[in-house]
Design a protein around this ligand. Sequence first.
Ligand code: ZN
Length: 453
Amino acid sequence: MFDAYVQTNRDRFLDELMAFCRIPSVTSEGDDGREATQWVQRRLEAIGGEVELIALDGAPPVVYAEVGPPGAERTLLIYNHYDVQPPDPLELWETPPFEPQVRAGHLYARGVADNKANVVSRIQAVEAWQATRGELPVRIKWIVEGEEEMGSPHLALLAERHGHRFADAHGCLWESGYKDADGRYLLYCGLKGIAYFELRARGAQSDLHSSMGTLVPNPAWRLVWALNTLKAPDETILVEGLMDHVRPPDPDELEYVRQLPFDAAALRERYGVAAFVGNVEDAEALVRHLYAPTCTICGIHSGYGGPGSKTVLPSEAVAKVDFRLVPDLTPELVHEVLRAHLDKHGFEDIEVIPMDGVRPARSPITSPVAQAAAAAARQVSGLEPVIYPNMAASGPMYTLCDAFGIPAVGFGVGWTGSNVHAPNENVRLEDYFDGIRLMAAFIEHFGRTAAAA
Ligand SMILES: [Zn+2]
C-alpha cells in the first residue's frame, strides 16, 4: 500500500521537490530565508505538524515542528537545513542552478543533494505513512535551520533557548547521506569537529629592502620556524598535550571498521598522490581517516609571490591552520595547548587568532537509532549498509545531539556523483524514491526499538 501510494503520487512528489529547489535560499549571500521557511512550514503543516518559526538575533528563521502522537514511546529528532551553497561558478552548470531539470534520470539543482531532497523525501514519507498506515509510531521533532552552509552560527543559541523541547529525543536523524559506488547506503554516527586558527608573525613597521636582512628579523622565517614545531616529517602532531585528549576507539567498533570496504589505491589514484601519509593502505587508511585528528596548513602568505623577483623583507607573515577534531578534543582545548606549545618553544611573539570552532560528535554504531537505520537500509537496498562511527568532515552535530546525550545517525538520497557544493549538483530519481521508502522503513524500525528497550 505504501509503495503504491508513492507510485501514484510520483509526479506530484517530484514537482514538490522541484518547487523547493527553485527557491534560491543562499542565506550566506543575503537571502532572508523567508520563502524557504514558508514553504517548509506549509509542507509540514500539511502532514499535521505543529510548526513554529524561531527567530534568533537577526538570523534567518529556524523552522521547528513536531509531528506524530505526543504519547508515542519513541521521539525522533530530525536535523535538516533549507539553505544552500552559492551556485558559482555559474558557467559550469549545464542548466541554471535554480531552474531544476530532470535529465537522464537525474534531477539537477543547487542544494538538491545537500540537503533539500532529504527534507522533502522525509516529509513525503510521513505523508505516505499517514495515508496508508495511519498514525505515526513515533513523535518527530524537526529542526530545519538556514545557516548550515555558514557553519550554523546560531545553533548553539537555539540549543540553549529551545533545547528543553527536544532533549527527550531517543535518537536523531542527521541531514543527509549517500550511497557508495556499489549502491550500499553509507550511515554515520558522528562528525569530526574543527578548530581553525590564524597564526600571525610581525616584524618591522613596513616591508623593507631585503638587504636589511642582516639586522631586521624576518617574520616569514619566524612563522616557518614556529610551524616547524607543530608537526614532524613523519606527520606526527607535536603540539604538546594534544594527542593526550584523543579518546581511543572502542575495540569492537574498531574491529567492525577494519572490515569495512575502503580502496586506498583507488583514492590515491583519484587524487594523484603516490603514497598516503604514513604509507597507510586500506584498513589502516580508513582507521586513520576516521579516528585521527589533523593539523593542516590551509594557506601561508608573506612578502612577494608575484612574477619575477622582488627583493623584499616582509613586515608580516600569516598562516591559516586547521585541526580536524575527534573526541575528546574541543576547539578551546586545542587553542590552549597550541598557545602553551608555542610559548614553551620560544614563540610567544606568534599571535594565535581563533576563528571557526565546532566540537566533534560521535555516538555508538550499536545505538538503537543507528541500528534502526541499518535495518531500514538493508530492507530497502537488499545490501548491507556501511556504518561509520563518524565522518571525516565536520558539522554541528555535537550541539544538538551529544550535548543532550542523543545518539545520531545520518543517511540520505545522494550518491557518489551528487556534486555537492559543486556545479551540476544532482540526485538520481530512483535514489530519491528509494529514500521515501527508506525513511518509512526507518520510522518503523525506530518505533520498534521502544518494545525492545
Ligand atoms: Zn548540508
